[in-house]
Design a protein around this ligand. Sequence first.
Ligand SMILES: Cc1ncc(COP(=O)(O)O)c(C=O)c1O
Length: 471
Amino acid sequence: MDVHESLLELIGNTPLVRLRTPGAGRTAPVYAKLEYLSAGGSVKDRPGLRMIEEAERSGALRPGGTVVEATSGNTGAGLAMVAAAKGYRTVVVLPDKSSAEKIATLRAYGAEVVVRPGGLPLEDPEHIVNLARRIAEQTPGGWFAQQYDNPANPDAHYRTTGPEIWRQTEGRVTHLVSCVGTGGTISGTGRFLKEASDGAVRVIGADPASSVYSGGDGRPYFVEAAGRFRHPETIDDSWPVSFHREVVDELLPIADRDALLTIRRLAREEGLLVGGSSGTAVTAALRVAAELGPEQLVVVMLPDSGRQYLSKYFNDDWMLRNGFLDGDAAHPLVGDAVPAELRERPLPYLHHRSTVGQALDALRARAAAGADPVLPAGPAPVAPGRQPTALELLGAASLEQLAAALAQGKAAPTDPIADHLTAPLPRFGTGERADAALAELTAAGCDTAVVVHDGHGVGLVGAAELKALLG
Ligand SMILES: Cc1ncc(COP(=O)(O)O)c(C=O)c1O
């Protein structure tokens, strides 16, 4: 019989499929490793299984125990699937930017899900890693998987992903391209391929453009689960022990927009429905392959399926709102109010650590210049003058509301503005139609919105400007 005794036998052993896009045989062939075909639907089944097996072996996890992890989703699903198959309880702590589909998947496996705000400094006790550690300590039989620092994570890839690629390509692989989150995939797979090829295989990390791994300032980005975010108030940003930097020859920064447009093309042109980090990796792989000849062979890791992101990357409204689509130029667009040459200017906004007094000065200056006296607010930037991403604009302040709070004694000029913010300003992507944006702005009772291009706030637009655009 061709049968399996356990689902756990169906983890890994994923196929390599050639991407057609590079075309014409001029460049090196690029083979995609389809990790969404693993039993739990992602590259994280492998470390999920190995980390649990190692914990069982060491006695850290015993029958009736509870698996606890902090994760943006896939590791939780891998662990929850293996835990369900082996009879353990699972608790997963994840950041609120995780897609609804990922959270629902965890609950479907019977995991208890704790959602906490993402984007906190590492030292904050409410940071998901600190919270997961506490939950594990306080739960009888609790075991914290700790994928960032657990050697079983890269080891899973050293033992399975690397050997599979070597065998599948008959040792002809010359380049490995992978995203870096915990670093487990690239470190374990890369190390195996380097050893097997006597150091000939080049290992390339594909990184979201602002991730610190490739030299970015760590501001948030929209591709989930890859790269490394750094909160401006994080003091000690030690990289994960699971990331063996010495295995990686090069790290290529890839803009969110390029990554997301790439996966939309892969779905439509090749029938490959994959997640955002696959877009980051494929964009990098195509760039690498373009410099190579047909005798070389690139393998790119596609960590998960696009089904987890249908409400985001494959949803035109979401893509438009975040400035990732150009929109229909037959109509006046929001972006026409902030022409491309003006998008490099810093967005006027308030640092959330500034005081009410400083905010009032900035708002009065806007009023004196004839602008609507409201401003978006968010964390102080790591690099002065850089554009905050739309993900950082956590609130807003208006002259009217602050003046009223002062008059009523509810605010003092020395208070941090963070304590007195209102809801974030509405935001519209550059590709959205100006008429629809104006209607939405009016319905929200606001006069000003943030204009977003490529995920970044690039300007403020008032109702009057939108009306002027519409003639
Ligand atoms: C979708 C996705 N892409 C990329 C990664 C990064 O993989 P690694 O943590 O092995 O570096 C992950 C890890 O969770 C992931 O879930």
